[in-house]
Design a protein around this ligand. Structure first.
Ligand code: GLA
Ligand code: ZN
Length: 674
């Protein structure tokens, strides 16, 4: 069990009573309404530093204690935050060094959030003095179950990067430890390019728009350093709260496709993974894009620890920060909430329980709006989620998803491939990866999302799209994996550079060329008018902008280009290596190609799908297994869909179903697998 003090599906969200301390009537009403909405858990004190320490060294924790008590008496548990997400005025006014400095070397003015310097000793000292008191006062409370360290680290466009003198020095120290000598650093960075060879450590500066930004090795090391420095900041918060009072598990709330911090590294710091999900529902004529991107993120979060995670934030209705903030259509709230659960979440938490009266988020969706009543659609739909979570908690909580297929999504590769001045600028790494994810979602086949440092044994198929920065250990693992019978798929623009972003000198795809049985000649990038197609098993598929021209060495061609000077040359190859097979997809093709290709592979390799039949468009099935297995049939169509049950199924609430049924618009059905 990941949260020992309250091992149940959590339902609730961010609650900011510190905005209402002069309104006891509101605080009382909150608890009454939360109970009605089946809320059993809130996140407290995320932005409460000023209320907890109104003046330097003057601590006011009593109000928080009273609220934690009243909540607990009402059956509502607390996830307690450390308040570093936003700094109080007295701190930023008195100590300049706590404020982050941008890449342009300008120090931020007070205000905003997530904009502290992670290196600043003053910030660390002041914060931990408060953290220690919070831990002493509340970690032993029976209602306090988990630490929420800070908030969305690196968020709000600060990129988790501080370029202040303290951070510059920490970066130089980090580099000295890594490279030992300037010669080694200059070589790894190819720094003699444009005569930029470093002759003293003090000359090294973080990348800047008005300074050095063309050394890719520097840019890459800077991103690595920023992750580690933020982890260091986080670690000292964790150490403090765990040293004082009772030792509780910790989490940090992560974000969607957040490029700036390497979450695979961060995952090692925390006990529980959690994230904040705000999909663009209804932004397109169908929900495919939003549904698959969100599913991918849920799978990533589960894969970070190969364990259930928490949906820490989602909106009960709308956001207020998108250009257009569309209300979730009836049914979508329950579906989106259960989608998280289907992929491994043990909670549905919201931002926010009650809307503030003023300032930035006064129009953001909340359980309790300015109408101050339960008589609202949002309130009813949230209550429905609470009711369902109560019904399924005992059965679903101890289960988790299992996958035979892993898709590689690697932060260091992400940084490197999008920074490179390559065939296409800028490259959209996540977009390329999603092309490989969507077919599995459509087939209802579970996937884990891993990085290049993860173990491959245990999977039957590993897919590494655009593995541009090929890590040496990963290459070794791939070789072993295929030799022992694994199926490996990679693509164009893979095996190009090593871990310092220096190109492989014996051609691409570098260290795995022999596993793939090909050698790459050149890569073409074209504008849309240069149409081309690949023919694969009797059908033609449109080719996108990137086209690799390769020579099979031991591999055989499974598809060919139909036009241009590479007409007839391979567009897809397979190589038998040891007991396994390695595929190379040469070009970025339309989705229909990837659907056909992965469909064939799934058939040939007899991959287990979560549903025994082909799924209708817009419907997917996820599976969580424990002593029993549960199938989550999710209809992302805003329409009724006929759905065939090839045998008799029991719903999680004990109803028996068989034959062709109608799935309601946005319905999620939970079935017990016999
Ligand atoms: C983020 C933050 C919250 C809130 C929401 C609004 O997830 O963590 O504090 O600002 O966005 O969507
Ligand atoms: Zn700094």
């Amino acid at each position: 069990m990941m949260i020992e003090k309250f091992p149940h599906m959590l339902h609730g969200g961010d609650y900011n009573p510190d905005q209402w301390l002069d309104r006891p009537d509101i605080l009382e009403k909150d608890i009454e309404l939360m109970k009605k909405a089946r809320v059993n858990c809130v996140s407290l004190a995320i932005f409460a530093w000023a209320a907890l320490e109104p003046e330097e060294g003057v601590y006011r924790l009593e109000w928080l204690g009273k609220i934690i008590d009243s909540l607990y008496q009402a059956g509502i548990y607390t996830i307690l935050a450390t308040p570093s997400g936003a700094m109080p005025r007295w701190l930023t006014a008195k100590y300049e060094e706590v404020m982050m400095v941008g890449a342009n070397r300008v120090r931020n003015l007070p205000g905003g959030r997530h904009n502290f310097c992670p290196t600043s000793p003053v910030m660390r000292k002041k914060l931990n003095a408060l953290n220690a008191r919070l831990a002493e006062a509340f970690s032993g409370h029976p209602g306090v179950i988990l630490w929420h360290i800070s908030n969305e680290l690196g968020g709000n466009d600060t990129h988790g990067e501080c370029h202040c003198p303290l951070c510059q020095q920490a970066f130089r120290d980090w580099l000295k430890k890594k490279y030992q000598t300037l010669d080694a650093l200059n070589h790894a960075w190819w720094a003699n390019f444009w005569s930029h060879t470093y002759t003293a450590w003090e000359q090294i500066e973080s990348p800047a728009p008005h300074g050095e930004n063309g050394i890719h090795g520097l840019n890459l090391d800077w991103k690595r350093f920023c992750t580690e420095q933020m982890m260091d900041f986080c670690e000292q918060e964790i150490r403090t709260v765990q040293k004082h009072g009772e030792k509780l598990p910790v989490t940090v709330n992560m974000m969607t496709f957040f490029k700036d911090l390497d979450y695979f590294k961060f995952a090692k710091l925390v006990d529980v993974i959690s994230w904040d999900s705000y999909p663009n529902w209804h932004a397109q004529p169908d929900e495919l894009k939003a549904a698959t991107e969100t599913a991918f993120m849920h799978d990533l979060m589960r894969s970070l620890k190969k364990a259930p995670f928490l949906l820490m934030e989602s909106t009960p209705s709308i956001t207020n920060w998108k250009p257009v903030n569309t209300q979730k259509r009836p049914g979508m709230h329950l579906l989106a909430s259960l989608q998280a659960v289907a992929h491994g979440s043990n909670s549905v938490q919201y931002f926010q329980i009650r809307k503030g009266r003023g300032s930035f988020e006064k129009f953001h969706g909340a359980l309790i709006g300015h109408q101050n009543t339960e008589n609202q659609r949002t309130f009813r739909e949230v209550t429905e989620v609470g009711t369902v979570l109560n019904q399924i908690s005992d059965q679903i909580y101890p289960t988790v998803n299992q996958s035979e297929v892993a898709i590689v999504f690697d932060w260091e590769n992400w940084w490197a491939v999008e920074d490179a001045k390559g065939p296409i600028v800028p490259m959209d790494y996540a977009g390329h990866v999603m092309k490989h994810y969507r077919p599995f979602w459509k087939m209802g086949i579970s996937t884990d999302i891993i990085n290049m440092d993860r173990e491959l044994s245990g999977y039957r198929m590993v897919i590494a799209p655009m593995a541009y920065l090929l890590k040496e250990r990963f290459a070794e693992q791939v070789r072993e994996f295929v030799r022992r019978g694994g199926i490996f798929v990679t693509t164009y623009w893979s095996g190009v550079v090593d871990e310092t972003d220096l190109c492989f000198m014996n051609g691409y795809p570098g260290l795995i060329a022999d596993v793939l049985g090909i050698s790459e000649e050149e890569i073409d990038a074209v504008q849309p008018h240069r149409e081309n197609f690949v023919s694969y098993r009797g059908s033609s598929y449109r080719v996108g902008a990137l086209r690799d021209i390769v020579h099979p060495v031991t591999a055989v061609s499974l598809a060919e280009y139909e036009a241009d000077y590479y007409q007839g040359t391979p567009a897809l190859t397979v190589n038998e290596f040891g007991e396994g097979k390695a595929y190379y997809v040469c070009s970025e093709n339309e989705d229909a190609f990837f659907e056909a290709f992965y469909h064939d592979l799934a058939d040939e390799e007899e991959l287990a799908g979560n549903w025994p039949e082909e799924l209708p468009q817009g419907v997917t099935v996820s599976k969580r297994s424990g002593e029993e297995s549960y199938l989550f049939v999710q209809n992302f169509n805003e329409a009724e869909i006929p759905f065939n049950l090839p045998k008799e199924y029991c719903t999680i609430t004990g109803e028996t179903l068989s034959g062709t049924i109608l799935l309601n618009p946005f319905e999620c059905l939970i079935l017990v697998e016999a």
